[in-house]
Design a protein around this ligand. Sequence first.
Ligand code: NAX
Length: 328
Amino acid sequence: TRTPVNVTVTGAAGQIGYALLFRIASGHLLGADVPVNLRLLEIPQGVKAAEGTAMELDDCAFPLLRDITITDDANKAFDGANVALLVGARPRTAGMERGDLLQANGGIFGPQGKAINDHAADDIKVLVVGNPANTNALIAQRNAPDVPADRFTAMTRLDHNRAVAQLAKKLGVTVNEVKRMTIWGNHSATQYPDIFHAEVAGKNAAAEVNDEKWLAEEFIPTVAKRGAAIIDARGASSAASAANAAIDHVHTWVNGTAEGDWTSMGIVSDGSYGVAEGIISSFPVTCKDGKFEIVQGLEINEFSRARIDASVGELIEERDAVQELGLI
Ligand code: NAX
């Protein structure tokens, strides 16, 4: 039998945590034959609720779930972690400036990065979901100098999945016929969902759509502002779809992308496509054997260039701000 994989989830008592933990425990994160130990990190006020969720996890009698640890101590939560899902973050509240938001999150992701550096397993893979996800991932990564930088990723898979769904709807096809979607840049309103390289039933998606006005005025804003539309309709932010995207992100990273397809991940830039080196930005990537590679050689037209540059510009500003605050 396989050794259980240690999966750490922060913000375990939150709404994404609630949608996420049952799917991890039932084998959707890593595979139907991989046993898991769950390590749940919460702030002290969240521990009791996390214990309640753990009672429900027990009550599911999941065959793959071996052990659950609940703690408010990051050093304990990341001890031996193979996969870490950093979901808990400080949300922006009324009247909060960007600097305050980054400062508050630096106080979370800096120490968590250090705890990962000091205690996680050698094969640790980190996904940051908590917003601002890209910059929080950068803070964690810079506070973990002994961990290879490519183990820190930020989630743009929800944006990717949203873009796939919107495109499929527009062209009247099923989502599994859409391939090679790309999200570039920041997980924010400046993100750029790019269909110029996407394929629909084997044909180029942009050519099939053939409507730049729809692209600029409907598709891109619908994908970029989907989070706000969900809040408006549901009265709460996306949770099950965000948890699903986190599952997809890690599953793809570990188990690989399908032949001829790729996915989108926020990763440390190596300077590809003119994206500033060192920032955590979303790229088209293929995954194989637990590693990812940026898809190279895509032609970037003027329409795409302007939008990638705008989102990267925002990430550079965020990086400069956390640098000035001494968080990286
Ligand atoms: P909730 O407020 O329901 O839950 C957050 C949980 O994190 C709370 O239980 C809180 O006690 C805990 N927490 C706070 N600080 C912590 C710390 N230092 N250590 C451990 N736990 C801590 O938020 P939820 O709806 O679950 O969303 C979580 C995060 O995901 C938010 O930052 C949200 O903005 C972000 N999202 C990111 C998305 C993405 O695509 N990257 C999409 C969905 C979501 O909006």
